[in-house]
Design a binder for this molecule. Structure first.
Ligand code: COA
Ligand code: AMP
Length: 630
């Protein structure tokens, strides 16, 4: 059947389509209906079923005779080690940790925050939660204590599971002090913390609160997989919105497993037993879906890579990992390839490796620039396939159905809508724009299985953020074009979200932090184009009248404040002090015009500008900072 026919079938008869896809999973009580619309716009998929996520990702493979198949390869150039875990070992590890959590009172529906580096124990912790029906919430290691605290306060976990440290190429990041400090900020107190000690930096445990990973599992009765309702949350993953308060995206258990399992063959074209590598981090949605749940539910071997595309030790690391482990399908962000291309423009490091196992490269997380795509295609000699998705959906909205039909690849396009995603390009009046014209990208409700049914404890915020702008649609927050053949081109965000090295960050949140500085009267943060990271945040500060402190000192404090409060991942390193910000007569800061000036794009003087001279001042400040970049 052609992909077009599959897509139409999913649109015409979503119930049958998704119930069919659900047959690939093992159910405790199989669903008899797929979609419950009774609480629309809060839709529930597979609500009348019972299932266990860990069972489907781990135990069933053991029971089906694949216990000795490698489930996880931990390849860690930062520690110089490669370790492997079979499905049987993973089953035992999740049962032990699940047992330890259960013995301390964690059960169905309880939340567990996980703050761990890229080690197999992070996956064990996630799956152990799934095993006992607890809801995990993984926090990326590059976030600061305050961000961790915000998530702890929102998710109110019974337990936290943390690693003692993470290892960045330039330094060892002590996670435990960050956790201790987060628990000082947070109003909510978890009952206990489980700490996984890494030899490179062991942490001091707080007596009465912290327990050692190994000790708490000693002599514990292993936990079995419990039944959860299909629509029960599997996890909460926080993502940036327009304000400082992150949005807790809820992932429903069954829909997520059904959809992810479908994507492994149909999009990524891998079969059970193949090695799949998503070079991302378990702290992001790509990690949740394609390091953990999708490859494991589908019976693939997943790679947990603790390193960077360059510098660990060089730009040949990806090629080593691919050839050493026989990777069939690689998924990463374009920024990783830009980093490799910059370090080794002629791909001189490739010939030392046999990459014949690699069949396709998938890119997502940010717009794939044609230069990078071409470079990868030329040097890897495999199809390079962009695809577009978000934390909220958990998998591809538009992409290339490579395992179903090898449709023509259009450079610059993220591909065509995937089953269940009825993508429309709308104007501000909620009317569809003609094909080929730019507009807001929206998806007609209901969204397919696995997408967020709401935000954690925030139904109203869910409505406001996603459903209020276009009646009957989910607003993706992205702007783009759909061409005559249905291919989507995702061009920009329509909100204050920027994308730095594939990481989603809120400029609004950075502005809130800068405004807290006692000498800052007003500020703006914009995302400017960066050759490597796609975008970088750049601040503009207006100081209080009469402030006589050196500007450099204030800028330094602001940079430190953003790093200290959001974390190094924010990559906020530059700000300019200016007298005024360019505004419309109604007081709106003209951020998009500032971006155009910084990026050296053509721009028009906005008709509504209050004082055109301010833009000259901004241009001068940008020139001082080296923008537009040459
Ligand atoms: N724990 C602690 N700190 C972390 C961290 C973690 N897990 N991950 C990143 N950081 C820190 C880095 O050390 C860096 O700190 P610095 O400012 O002191 O140098 C900062 O956060 C920014 O990190 P990163 O975005 O990784 O930038 P980089 O300059 O270290 O590396 C790339 C640039 C392109 C190589 C890197 O971003 C990369 O590999 N990207 C791959 C894409 C990806 O994983 N995308 C995720 C979504 S698919
Ligand atoms: P995140 O939720 O962190 O995965 O970020 C999602 C956002 O990243 C999307 O809303 C887009 O703005 C951007 N994005 C992800 N994939 C792509 C892509 N293939 N092309 C363009 N933008 C993308």
């Amino acid at each position: 059947m052609s992909f077009r026919a599959v897509y139409e079938e999913a649109m015409q008869n979503p119930e049958d389509f998704w119930l069919g896809a659900a047959e690939a999973l093992d159910w405790i009580r199989a669903p008899t209906a797929a979609l419950d619309r009774s609480r629309a716009p809060f839709y529930a998929w597979f609500g009348n079923s019972e299932i266990n996520g860990c069972y489907n990702c781990v135990d069933r493979h053991v029971e089906n005779g694949h216990g000795n198949r490698v489930a996880i390869i931990h390849d860690s150039p930062v520690t110089g080690s490669v370790t492997k875990l079979t499905f049987r070992e993973l089953q035992q590890a999740t049962a032990r940790l699940g047992g330890a959590l259960r013995a301390r009172g964690v059960g169905k529906g309880d939340r567990v925050v996980i703050y761990m580096p890229m080690i197999p124990e992070a996956l064990v912790a996630m799956l152990a939660c799934a095993r006992i029906g607890a809801i995990h919430s993984v926090v990326f290691g590059g976030f600061a204590a305050e961000e961790l605290a915000a998530r702890i306060d929102d998710a109110t976990p019974k337990a936290v599971i943390a690693g003692s440290c993470g290892i960045e190429p330039s330094r060892v990041v002590a996670y435990k002090p960050l956790l201790d400090s987060a628990l000082k900020y947070s109003a909510h107190r978890p009952e206990f913390c489980i700490i996984f000690q890494r030899d490179v930096l062991r942490a001091e445990l707080v007596s009465g609160r912290d327990v050692d990973w190994n000790e708490c599992q000693a002599g514990i009765e292993p936990a079995d997989c419990v039944a959860v309702r299909g629509s029960d949350p599997a996890y909460i993953l926080y993502t940036s919105g327009t304000t400082g308060k992150p949005k807790g995206v809820v992932r429903p258990t069954a829909g997520h497993l059904v959809a992810l399992n479908w994507t492994m063959k149909n999009i990524y074209d891998v079969d059970p037993g193949d090695v799949f590598w998503a070079a991302s981090d378990v702290g992001w949605v790509v990690g949740h879906s394609y390091i953990v749940y999708a490859p494991l539910v589908h019976g693939n071997t997943t790679i947990v890579f603790e390193g960077k595309p360059v510098g660990t030790p060089d730009a040949g690391t990806f090629w080593r990992v691919i050839s050493e482990h026989g990777v069939k399908s690689l998924f990463t962000a374009p920024t990783a390839f830009r980093a490799i291309k910059r370090a080794d423009p002629d791909a001189a490091l490739i010939p030392g490796f046999d990459l014949s196992c690699l069949e396709a490269l998938f890119l997502a997380g940010e717009r794939s620039d044609p230069d990078t795509v071409e470079w990868a295609r030329t040097h890897l000699q495999v199809p390079v396939l962009d695809h577009w998705w978000q934390t909220e959906t958990g998998y591809t909205i538009a992409g290339y159905p490579w395992g179903k039909e090898k449709i023509p690849v259009k450079l610059g396009s993220a591909g065509v809508p995937m089953p269940g995603f009825d993508v429309r390009i709308l104007d501000d009046e909620c009317d569809e724009v003609p094909r080929g014209e730019l507009g807001s990208i929206a998806v007609r409700l209901p969204l397919p299985p696995g997408c967020l049914p709401t935000l954690w404890n925030a139904d109203e915020r869910y409505r406001d953020a996603y459903l209020s702008k276009f009646e009957g649609y989910y607003d993706t927050g992205d702007a783009g074009i759909q061409d005559e053949d249905g291919y989507c081109y995702v061009m920009a965000r329509t909100d204050d979200v920027i994308n730095v090295a594939g990481h989603r960050l809120s400029t609004g949140q950075m502005e809130e932090i800068l405004s807290d500085h006692p000498d800052v009267a007003e500020c703006a943060v914009i995302g400017v184009h960066d050759q490597l990271k796609g975008q970088l945040p750049l601040g503009f500060l207006c100081l209080n009248v009469g402030c006589e402190r050196p500007e450099d000192e204030i800028v330094g404090e602001c940079v430190a404040a953003v790093r200290g409060r959001i974390g190094p991942v924010a990559a906020f390193k530059q700000a300019a002090v200016v007298d005024r910000l360019p505004k419309t007569r109604s007081g709106k800061i003209l951020r998009s015009t500032m971006v155009k000036i910084a990026d050296g794009q053509e721009w028009k003087m906005p008709a509504t500008i209050e004082d055109p001279a301010v833009l000259d001042e901004i241009a001068t400040a940008l020139t001082r900072l080296g923008y537009p970049a040459q």
